[in-house]
Design a protein around this ligand. Structure first.
Ligand code: HEM
Length: 156
């Protein structure tokens, strides 16, 4: 039961994380760029990303913790029943790429978003635009990694 709850919450956290990135990247950002001048666009993106990142910081961290917890439980049960635990390759790929996604999110949240806050509060729109472009690129990397993990989990 605990294992199932861990897995359910793990997958829900991932769905919200990836779904949120997908929405921001493919729908919110391009339309904001099309219809809003830089000051309004950057204020909007700063506000939306600030709320999203606060939520995702907890969810992404939970995805890592719940994933590690599930591995720990399976390893403990296997050893206690006299077997030898060998981590499945799919889990290794998921753990490695998942940690990479978490680190990239940390860079976006704690380095780039901080710079966006400074640019927006100082009215430095060229700097804000440059940081938003960097955030967009890193979000694209994380989306790609997320899709790779999903494909590996369900096809391997
Ligand atoms: C450090 C990070 C992560 C670790 C340690 C981890 C570990 C695990 C473990 C142990 C399971 C249970 C598998 C099973 O019972 O068969 C699982 C399930 C799953 N994980 Fe992760 N995971 C991590 C991050 C991610 C990320 C970033 C994604 C997607 C982008 C992801 C997607 C999934 C999915 C879809 C399942 C459910 C698979 C199923 O239906 O059986 N995980 N994860």
């Amino acid at each position: 039961m605990l294992y199932n709850l861990l897995k359910l919450s793990h997958v829900l956290a991932i769905i919200i994380w990836i779904g949120g990135m997908f929405f921001a990247h493919f729908f919110l950002r391009p339309v904001a760029q099309e219809v809003l001048p830089p000051p309004e666009r950057q204020r909007l993106m700063h506000g939306v990303l600030g709320r999203f990142f606060q939520f995702i910081l907890a969810l992404a961290t939970w995805a890592v913790v719940s994933g590690a917890w599930m591995i720990g439980r399976v390893a403990k049960d296997t050893v206690q029943s006299g077997g030898q635990f060998q981590m499945p390759v799919v889990w290794m790929v998921m753990a490695a790429l998942g940690l990479l996604m978490w680190a990239i999110f940390g860079h976006i949240r704690f380095a780039l978003y901080k710079r966006l806050t400074q640019a927006v509060s100082g009215g430095d729109w060229p700097a804000g635009g440059a940081v938003l472009a960097q955030i967009k690129n890193w979000v694209a990397v994380n989306l790609t990694l997320g899709f790779i993990i999903i494909v590996v989990v369900y096809l391997l």
